[in-house]
Design a protein around this ligand. Structure first.
Ligand SMILES: Cc1cc2nc3c(=O)[nH]c(=O)nc-3n(C[C@H](O)[C@H](O)[C@H](O)COP(=O)(O)OP(=O)(O)OC[C@H]3O[C@@H](n4cnc5c(N)ncnc54)[C@H](O)[C@@H]3O)c2cc1C
Length: 381
């Protein structure tokens, strides 16, 4: 089997993985980003998500900085939306499209084009159409992942890995513990319609959310391939019901243009972290704090985040970032969204590069070194 070597290998090209790879490459690491699809952005683009949720606390204060901020400022590069000029008034606003917080809509396809430019600028070696299918460990140490692509199977070794697969898939195949969650359906579709009810990409195309969550479609598991297939097909069924009632004449003007290419599962799997965030942490300050996180659901004090929530308790040479990091309960809901995934990705990429430079595991890095590199959070805008 062909073999490749890197300092840092980031698994999964969603916003968390892209951010991790950029952060590691900017630290001079020879970095690879491995993604099974031929798009970048993960759920944020392939799932037809289009709201970059807020970086502020809803009272006019900036919370997130770094690559998370770079991404929101650049995500509208290929149109058609605007990044807010200010950080939002004290009234906060709802996290909807017209909310007053520092958030904005983006075109999923345009965002992919921008993310690719960011990776190129940082010098990341990008592997698209490359699925991680196996992991090799030596005791607790993750040594390599096996990737299947047009070249066949390739063994990819690294001194440190980041699992940003959105489901903790690498942790799972490396033998680590993964916790799963149930999901409910809200299928989104890009459609052409005379009567747009949702957000407009241009005069005709818009994204529509089939919002009604019917009881029969509530809370599906995604513990195996069959359940995921069932989940996706149920979302198609819901969408079909919408078009089936239209007359033939109407269907000439109202029709689906693009379906999500990733299952719209909000919470799939999370690692068994050294510290699992599950309760609100607004009143806590962790000694190993990697920064504050805004609650996208309401204007409120931000949440504090321990570095330990990115480290699997049962594996070395590996960090997790994005929606598969160590969060449960209410915290999973707060941490799973795009700006937070980008932020935790950046922290994981920085921590991985320190671990590689110092020849230690992520759990054993000198935390002061990481702290000095963090982009900073929680200041007045
Ligand atoms: C219906 C719905 C609506 C949402 N709305 C919003 C919203 O409006 N705003 C917002 O901010 N957030 C929203 N979210 C949440 C947000 O989109 C995601 O949680 C976030 O984008 C997750 O980013 P991530 O990088 O952690 O994971 P992902 O986006 O899941 O990225 C993981 C990547 O890893 C790749 N991968 C997985 N396994 C492998 C493998 N074996 N080999 C190679 N690659 C692999 C995947 O293809 C994917 O690209 C929504 C989610 C859903 C489901």
């Amino acid at each position: 089997m062909c073999q490749k070597n890197y300092d840092v290998v980031v698994c999964g090209g969603g916003v968390a993985g892209i951010s991790a790879a950029i952060a590691a490459a900017r630290q001079g690491m020879k970095t690879a980003l491995i993604e099974k699809q031929c798009l970048l952005g993960g759920l944020a683009t392939s799932g037809l998500i289009y709201i970059y949720l807020p970086l502020c606390d809803g009272y006019g204060n900036q919370v997130l900085k770094g690559i998370s901020e770079e991404m929101i400022r650049r995500c509208v590069e290929y149109g058609p939306f605007d990044v807010p000029e200010s950080w939002g008034g004290p009234e906060g606003g709802n996290p909807g499209i017209s909310g007053k917080r520092f958030q904005c809509c983006f075109s999923p396809a345009g965002f992919t084009l921008t993310l690719d430019k960011m990776l190129q600028e940082a010098g990341v070696d990008l592997w698209l159409d490359s699925m991680i299918i196996d992991a090799e460990t030596n005791g607790r140490d993750l040594r390599s992942v096996t990737v299947a692509n047009a070249s066949g199977q390739v063994k990819v070794e690294a001194k440190c890995f980041v699992d940003a697969t959105g489901s903790a898939y690498v942790v799972q195949i490396a033998g680590g513990k993964v916790f799963r969650h149930e999901n409910f359906l809200t299928p989104w579709v890009v459609e052409n319609s005379e009567n747009p009810e949702w957000f407009q990409i241009d005069g005709s195309l818009h994204v529509r959310c089939e919002g009604a969550i019917k009881d029969e479609f509530k809370y599906q598991n995604s513990d195996n391939g069959k359940q995921v297939t069932g989940f996706v097909r149920k979302s198609w069924e819901m969408l079909r019901k919408r078009y089936d009632v239209l007359s033939e004449e109407k269907r000439k003007k109202n029709y689906p243009v693009h379906l999500p290419a990733m299952p719209q599962l909000r919470k799939i799997g999370r690692i068994n972290a050294l510290y699992t965030l599950d309760e609100p942490t607004q009143k806590i300050r962790f000694e190993d704090s990697i920064g504050l996180i805004p609650d996208w659901r309401k204007a409120s004090e931000p949440w504090d985040t321990p570095y330990r929530s990115l480290i699997p308790a049962d594996l070395n040479n590996l960090l997790a970032a994005g929606r598969c990091m160590g969060t449960a309960g209410e915290a999973w809901e707060v941490y799973r969204v795009i700006p937070v995934a980008a932020y935790t990705g950046e922290v994981a990429g920085l921590a991985a590069s320190i671990a590689v430079k110092d020849g230690v595991t992520p759990a054993d890095i000198d935390f002061k070194k990481l702290k000095s590199k963090l982009p900073g959070t929680g200041e007045k805008a």
